[in-house]
Write a protein that binds this ligand. Sequence first.
Ligand code: PLP
Length: 410
Amino acid sequence: MDNSTLARDGGTPVRTTPLPSVFDSSGRRFGDEEVKAVERVLRSGMLSATWGTEVPALEREFADLLGAGHAVACSSGTAALHLAVAAVNPEPGDEIITTPISDMGTVFPIMMQNAVPVFADVDPITGNLDPAAVAAAITPRTKAVMAVHLFGKPAPIRELRELCDQHGIVLIEDCAQAYLAPVGDTYVGRIGHIGCFSLQQTKHISAGDGGLVVTDDAALARRMRLFADKGWPRDTDERTYLFLALNYRMTELVGAVTRAQLSRVREIVADRRTGAARATAGIGDLAGITAPPDGGDHVYWQYPLIIDPEVAGDMREWAAALTAEGVPAVGGYLTSPLYAAPAVRERVTYGQSEFPLQDVEYPPGLCPNAEDLITSRLLVLPWNENYTDADVDDIVAAIRKVHSALAREA
Ligand SMILES: *Cc1c(COP(=O)(O)O)cnc(C)c1O
């Protein structure tokens, strides 16, 4: 058989050695600094940030990195988003507008605070919130918009901020996939009132799990700090609990590792961008495939391609064929839009109450662009800072090979 036969059909795969991956050391930059950080904390005997020094230092360093007034550390990206929603302090039944394409960590904090997620449709190429759809979804009960910078591409965040300002509502940015993605002379997370980040295993930088929020607003920062610590005002001498809240504290071990990771994040972003530019240059001529649009602002948590099924073929077939070539790819990113998950559409929440969604419906077709992306257009390739030029060339070769087999004849 010649080299054009797909591996899926018994041909020779483009690649037999695994690409660097975020699931082992091949695709993570944990070095001596991280090892020393863990040892430093352990030997100090103080692993809790309540009395420790690492997490307070991390908060200052992260705020400085982004030019923010305040940073608050917590235990996950989901916790960071929960801090943000809790700081907004919606009344039960108030609405927060968000996207149907994200991690569920974007949506559950809204429901946990007894607010109702309202899903606005997305741009058909980037998968980011469409400001016109957000505008159309605003009601007198809207308290906030929660935007996601999907796969590392900034959402139209200035337009969203303007819209929120017109309506006197809060803009929360979910930056879990978009460390240091530039917006003009600043970064994502700095346009909204609150920016939220994750340190989960697969993000640009990681400490296993962890979260960070940034804001310029001292009152929001204090509310978020209290919410991560049971409402306990440790800056006073009272042992009291000011409002209903949880323990979302980051540990000193996580704080120390994250400090070391912060020193690497610029280079990680730059290296991901270099590899992605090489890939995009290698596939630009392929009919029916749209590479990620990059105005110098994409930080490539993943490398999402848009497949036109009429021209380039079936997305799921693409994912399986690429994976067989040794280049893992996932069709659709999600199985279904977030509003179709049982917890949301079937209102599996608190006991049998269906609260706070008892009066809401999330029918199929609610966000057509999002559904189209998930069911037939979005092909997501994992991306990594440790890809070499040769790795990227293999990815390009695999995409070109699958294209010549699956694309409809012109
Ligand atoms: C990873 C992620 C989250 C959740 O972060 P965790 O740290 O896993 O809780 C939320 N939103 C987006 C967009 C994410 O990618």
